[in-house]
Design a protein. Sequence first.
Length: 175
Amino acid sequence: MSEAVTLDELLEPQRFHALLLALYGPELMPAQLPVLVSQWSKYYFMLLWREALAGRAPRLSSGLRIALDERGLPVGFHSDDGLDGLAQAIESHLPPLIERLARLGGVASAVLWGNAGDCLEQQAGAQAKAWLEAPDSPLFAAVSYDQQGRRRRRTCCLSYKVQWVGHCEHCPLLS
């Protein structure tokens, strides 16, 4: 694991784009920047939900540090600004983070909100239900099930744009 960097430093365009280049290679970066930001965000969200469900989600602040593995994927948080649970993570942490990632990667914020909701539903199951079913929630209907029980995302994560990755198994484009 590499040393932790502040989220602000990590999300500086030059640094973040270099991280994506090292992680995904010149075949995809920068041509598929929106796809790469979308894919990277899933790792961040899985980490955030794991910590939030345990009541250890870091507050989004200038002091928030992110530990990255040797590939550049988020593996831990370090924060001196307090810890929050799921509701606070959804209401306070996600909106500015998603807005920043959307600008940084030229990806629609709906894609990132969809990733966040999809990751939460995968990790929290029934605990996520209230957030996914409340019409005023930013995660509303991020995931649904059809009458046959097939799981579908509301928004596409863009992985289909990379030929060797293809459609995710819950892709709404395959419905």
